[in-house]
Design a protein around this ligand. Structure first.
Ligand code: CS2
Length: 466
């Protein structure tokens, strides 16, 4: 058994290192050595091996450049991760990691696309990676590819332990994230036929919902050199982020959890209102404007906000369509919106549009669709959202047709490729059930209006992107 209480994290991106690892580091500064908690960070995907490799060489330590709106920065050496493992090369490491009474919780950041949800919020059991993982679990052979496969291996280990109860806390930008994961994961386990495990999970595992917030851009290449110059240390995988920070987590723990409330984390029974507000105002704002900005040739998100026309579009979207359809207010929404727009305009953060624009196919149903739906349901035509969606479609169409160059990454790009192969790609987009989740069938007039607007937006780009 490890000497300290331990958390395990799945998915070692900057988002995790700027949130959970950061907060745990702050907490450890306040605790005597014996009471400290440490993280074992686990990489799950072959294509994301580079960072864990670098981080492993530094024994999990790295620097975080935290930047205030006026550009003032501090450089914090984060020391809360002390083990880094790569399960994508050796899945048996999961046994070693979890067969340890000191491990009390798993936190997760695998991005929106890492949950493989269908339009009805079920696990997409026919997705090849999920089907692969079901086989791996059933046969006890091979390497999983998804969170679901790894989580099952981990919980199988816990099931055999006398004190295996464990909290599984997703921190991704998915509304109702804990409940969604719990539901999808139950379907995965059911498909593997592990009925005993299903029962054990319902008695011993909790899936709290949570909301985390800090903009953590892709660090510039010269950050390593800057750390060397300012701090005098070699760091091959530093991160940077704004000084705004928030972590709200549902108090629903299956085992001991670090007392993070001591460093500003909110434990609450009402996480949903926070989550919904953040996803729709912040992530929705990011999503919508990034495609308009990209097509205008902007590189960083603050350029969007400094463009008066785009700033006005964002304001209309927020004030007329998002805020009036958020019905449970955890705080003053207009004030919150203004703080977010200020954060968006931070030139020192220089968050790349490339980062924000990626993965749009899995982000759209989370970040934008609910706003459109709630407006249509209250009989209001969400014109700002329609402008944003038209630009998103044009972005994808121009990119896929080779008319617009962009470093775009999306594991679900094949979905958009399919629309482009149809005789009327716009109609195919509007009829896609994964994107619209039945909404266009309920509001056919909206579909027609949006179709006309998309075609007009495409025409508008004819000259710029011939
Ligand atoms: C962004 C988020 O990529 C995205 O979708 O909107 O990464 C955003 O920066 C974070 O959620 C901020 O907490």
């Amino acid at each position: 058994m490890s000497e300290h209480n331990r958390l395990v994290h799945f998915g070692i991106g900057a988002f995790h290192r700027g949130h959970q690892a950061y907060y745990l580091h702050l907490l450890n500064q306040q605790l005597p050595e014996a009471e400290r908690w440490y993280y074992t960070d686990v990489n799950l995907r072959e294509e994301t091996r580079a960072i864990p490799e670098a981080l492993g060489k530094q024994n999990g330590r790295f620097h975080f450049k935290r930047i205030a709106p006026d550009g003032n920065a501090d450089y914090i050496e984060i020391t809360s991760i002390d083990r880094v493992e790569d399960a994508s090369s050796d899945p048996s490491i999961i046994n070693t990691i979890f067969n340890d009474d000191a491990v009390k919780a798993i936190t997760i950041t695998v991005t929106e696309g890492g949950y493989y949800l269908t339009e009805s919020d079920d696990l997409n059991l026919t997705h090849p990676e999920i089907a692969h993982d079901i086989q791996v679990v059933k046969s006890g052979n091979g390497k999983p590819k998804t969170l679901f496969g790894y989580l099952t291996l981990a919980l199988l280990v816990r099931q055999k332990m006398p004190n295996g109860a464990i909290t599984v806390a997703t921190c991704d930008n998915l509304r109702d994230n804990g409940n969604r994961l719990e539901h999808a994961f139950a379907q995965f386990v059911e498909a593997t036929g592990l009925d005993d495990l299903t029962q054990w999970i319902s008695d011993n595992v909790t899936f709290p919902c949570s909301m985390v917030d800090r903009i953590t851009p892709v660090p510039p290449k010269d950050l390593t050199e800057e750390i060397d110059r300012v701090v005098g240390k070699k760091d091959l995988c530093p991160i940077m982020g704004e000084d705004f920070e928030q972590w709200v987590i549902e108090s629903k723990f299956a085992a001991e959890f670090p007392p993070l409330e001591k460093v500003g984390v909110t434990f609450t029974d009402k996480v949903h209102a926070f989550e919904e507000t953040k996803i729709r105002i912040l992530n929705g704002g990011h999503f919508g404007l990034s495609y308009v900005g990209a097509l205008r040739g902007y590189k960083t998100y603050d350029e969007n906000v400094r463009d008066d026309e785009l700033n006005e579009l964002l304001k209309q979207y927020h004030q007329r369509e998002v805020i009036p359809t958020i019905y449970d207010h955890p705080f003053d929404l207009e004030n919150y919106r203004q703080v977010i727009v200020l954060r968006f305009s931070n030139t020192f953060i220089a968050d790349s549009i490339e980062r924000i624009a990626m993965d749009s196919i899995s982000k759209f149903p989370q970040f934008i669709l609910p706003t459109i739906k709630l407006n249509l349901e209250r009989g209001y035509v969400p014109t700002a959202a329609m402008t944003l969606v038209s630009h998103w479609y044009c972005f994808l169409a121009l990119y896929l047709n080779g008319r617009f160059q962009f470093n775009y990454k999306d594991p679900y790009l094949h979905i958009a490729e399919k629309w482009m192969q149809e005789s009327d790609p716009v109609k195919a987009f509007l009829a896609d059930p994964d994107i619209w989740q039945g909404l266009n069938k309920r509001f056919p007039l909206f579909g027609e209006q949006l179709e006309a607007q998309i075609k007009q937006t495409l025409d508008g780009y004819q000259e710029r992107y011939p």
